[in-house]
Ligand binder design. Sequence first.
Ligand SMILES: NC(=O)c1ccc[n+]([C@@H]2O[C@H](COP(=O)([O-])OP(=O)(O)OC[C@H]3O[C@@H](n4cnc5c(N)ncnc54)[C@H](OP(=O)(O)O)[C@@H]3O)[C@@H](O)[C@H]2O)c1
Length: 266
Amino acid sequence: MSDVLTPCVTKPADTGFNPLSLSGRTIMVTGATSGIGQASAIYLSRLGARLIVTGRNPERLQATLDALSGEGHQGHLFDLADIEKIVPWMKTVCAETGPLNGLAHCAGVQATRPIQAVKPDFIQEVLTQNLAASLMLAQAFRLKACHVSGASLVYVSSSAALKTAPGNVVYAASKGGIISAVKGLGVELVRDGVRVNAVAPAMIDTPMSDQFRALLSEENFQRVIDLHPLGLGRPDDVAAAIAFLLADTSRWITGSILTVDGGFLA
Ligand SMILES: NC(=O)c1ccc[n+]([C@@H]2O[C@H](COP(=O)([O-])OP(=O)(O)OC[C@H]3O[C@@H](n4cnc5c(N)ncnc54)[C@H](OP(=O)(O)O)[C@@H]3O)[C@@H](O)[C@H]2O)c1
């Protein structure tokens, strides 16, 4: 007698089942001119989303638009350092595009600098671009004209906020601020019909990590990679996690931080 059981009824495989589908959804991606933001925009368009992509560089924004699958996408140039203008800018964009189903805020800046070398204007610059802009985007996104009920806001924090990163304290603090903000906003915006979560990537192969790499010898950079049991991450590794947090797959998740780190923090 065999221990193997088999179904009494055979159902055909549901090949159309795709809970990650973003068909019919409109998603804004910031930082879409490079690295993680660009890869995310392309990835989300392949899942069926209509993309509103933003960045500062017009040529690279056009290149992203040209790489998207599907139709109806738009690009909007905007400098998020101009935090006073974020809310009126979002209102203008959403008046044109209609309310959004999701916002993936990928734009960010990183500059390694030990605390003894830090000047107040550097702190101001990093905190404004990485943290204040994130908070003003939440204020804008929660407006009725800017999102539909059940919308999802996804931030990109960093493993640097969760594990010591010597010489990187200002950046780490800015990304730690995002983690605290997600905890608060994840509950505060429930009444607006918005879920809020973040991904926290470790080292991902992008122009930003290239800058960091340029500061180190090849040997020392290899040591950094070796801290990641699964090796250096790719932009699509983060894009997949962002897609999960935007799609119905994460309907019951808010206020969470999803580490995407190749085992770095394990
Ligand atoms: N790469 C990593 O290892 C890593 C690890 C953890 C977290 N992260 C985070 O992931 C995010 C994306 O990083 P990345 O590696 O993809 O970097 P990246 O390739 O350097 O891209 C940065 C993006 O941010 C945009 N940006 C920067 N400042 C801006 C501003 N003031 N206004 C509007 N857009 C602005 C840039 O736009 P323009 O080029 O058009 O100016 C660009 O699209 C950042 O938040 C970063 O902190 C990266």
